[in-house]
Write a protein that binds this ligand. Sequence first.
Ligand code: THG
Length: 552
Amino acid sequence: MVEAGVDLILFETFGDIGEMRAALVAAADAGDIPVVASFTFDETGRTFTGTDPETAAVVAEGLGAVAIGVNCSVGPKQLVSVVKKLGQSTNIPILVSPNAGMPEIVDGRTVFREMPETMAQYAASFVEYGASLLGGCCGTTPEHIQAIKGSVKHLQPVKRSRQFGLRVASRVKTVAIEPNGIPVAIGERLNPTGKKALQAEIREGKTEITRRDALAQVQSGAAILDVNVGVGGVDQIAAMERAVNAVQILVDAPLCIDSTDPKVIEHALKIYHGKAIINSVNGEEHSLETILPLAKKYGAALIALTLDDAGIPPTAVERLAVARKIVERAEAVGIPREDIMVDCLVLTVSAQPEGVPETLKAITMVKRELGTTTSLGVSNVSFGLPNRGLINAAFFAMALYAGLDAAILNPQEQRMMETLRASAVLCGRDMRAEQYIAWEQSKDGRVTPAKTEEVKVFTPLEMLYNAVLSGDKDNIISYIEKAITDGLAPMDILDKALIPGIEEVGKKYGEGKFFLPQLMMAGETMTKSFERLRPELAKGPAKKPAQLFWQR
Ligand code: THG
C-alpha cells in the first residue's frame, strides 16, 4: 500500500492488542505513513481479549499511531464511556465510527436499527468527550453520515493537553509511575542469578517456578515484574519467549525486560502485548546505538543506567551528566523524556561507603534537573553484610526520601513492602494515608503472608487442576507423568483434575474474569494433556471416553 502511494493507513476493528502491535510495527517498517489504530470494544468496555481503552491508547500511542479510534463495536450508546476514557487517556486525535447498532436478522435480511438522528446525537457527545474524527461502521448509510455531519459541523474539537508522565501496560492494565504517586515495586525474582532451581528450569525449557514466582510477587504487591533469563549456554531468546508468554497471560502486571543482549530484548518486545520497560540502556555509545532504536520501534519505556564507557562515575554530578546525555540522545530519536526512568546505581556500602550518599544525591538531582522518574535496584547496597534485609530496608527508606519512584526488589520480603508503604505516607506520596490504611485493613483477618520458603504443597491432582486453570502448557506433561508414576488412574486424572479445571476456566470466562487468551491457553493445555493420556486411556478398562467439547 505504501508503494502504491496511500496517504494514511487505518487499522480498524482490532480486538486483540497483540495483533494491533504487530500491525503498527509492520506499518512503521513499510514507510513513513501516518497510521490510525482503531479498536472494537464490547459491551463490557474492553476489547474481546480484555484490553481497556487507556491501555489501548498507551500501547498505540507508544507505537506511533497518529490517532486512536474505536469503530464497529456494539453501537453508539455503548461507546460513550469508551470514548470518554480515551479522551482522558491520550492527547492524540480520537476517531469514533460505531455501527448503526447491532445487526439483527429480520425476514432473512440484516438490518441495523439506529436511525440517522440517533447516530447524529451520539456524534455530538463524542465530540464533547474529545473525538475529532467521526464516521459510521456497519449499517451506516449516506443519510447517517449526512445527519452526523449536520450535528457536528459547528462544534470545535476539544483541546486536550494533559500531562501523563510514565505509563507502562500489560495486555489488560496500565500502570503509571508518578513523581508524586505511590512508589512502584518492580518484582526482581524472575532472575536466575544465584538461584539454582530457576537456572535448571530455564535450561530444561520449563516455566513452573517462573509462573509460581510471578503470581506470588504480584500477590505481594509488585506492580511490575522484571524478567531476566540470563543463564550461560542456553538459547536466551527462546527462554525469554517462554517466560514472557507464560507470565503475560498469567498476571496483569506489566513487564520489565531485563537483558544485556539486545537480540533477547528485541524478541521479547516483539512478542509482548503491552508497553514494556527495557532494562536497560546506559551511556555507552554501543548501548545508545542498539537500545534506543528498539525502544522507539516497539514503543517501550526505558531504564537508563548512569554509567558509560568509563564505568560508574563516583559523584552525583557526573551521574547526572550521563543521565542527561541519555535523555538527549533518546529525545533525538523521538523517545519522549517521560518514557525514561533513570537508575542512579547503588554500590556496595561495605566496600564503598562514600558511594551511598552520592547515589541519594543523584536521585534528587536527576528528578529536579531532568524531570524524569527514577528507579533503583536496591539490594546491591547490602552485599557482604549480615542481615542484608535490614540494610536494604533502611537504604530504601532513604532513597524514597530522596525521591525514588520505583525499585527493583523482592516484594515477598515483607519488610521492603512495609518500608515502601510507610515511606509513601511520610514523604507525602500517599495523601491522607489512604493506601496505607487500606493495606493495613486488608491485613486484618488474613494470616500473615507466607514466607518465601513456605510454599503450599499441592497434591498431583491439584497441580493438574491449577495447570489447566493457568493455561500451563509448558509443564502439564511433566505433571501428568508424575501423576501416572504416583499410580493415579488416567481416568481420574481426566475426571477429577483436567475436566474440573477446564470447566472452571469456562465459568470464569463466562463471568468476564478470564479473557480469550486465557481460554485459548487452557484449551491448548487440555489438548496436550489429552494427547499424552490417550494411549494410557486405551490401555485401561475398555471404557471409551466421550469426545470432549474443546476438541470439537
Ligand atoms: N538496576 C537495574 N536492573 C537490575 C539491577 C539494578 N536488574 C538486576 C538486579 N540489579 C536486580 N535484580 C536482582 C535479582 C535478584 C537478586 C538481586 C537483585 C538477589 N538474588 C539472590 C542471590 O543472588 O542470592 C537470590 C535471592 C532469592 O532467592 O530471591 O538477591 O540494580 N536497572
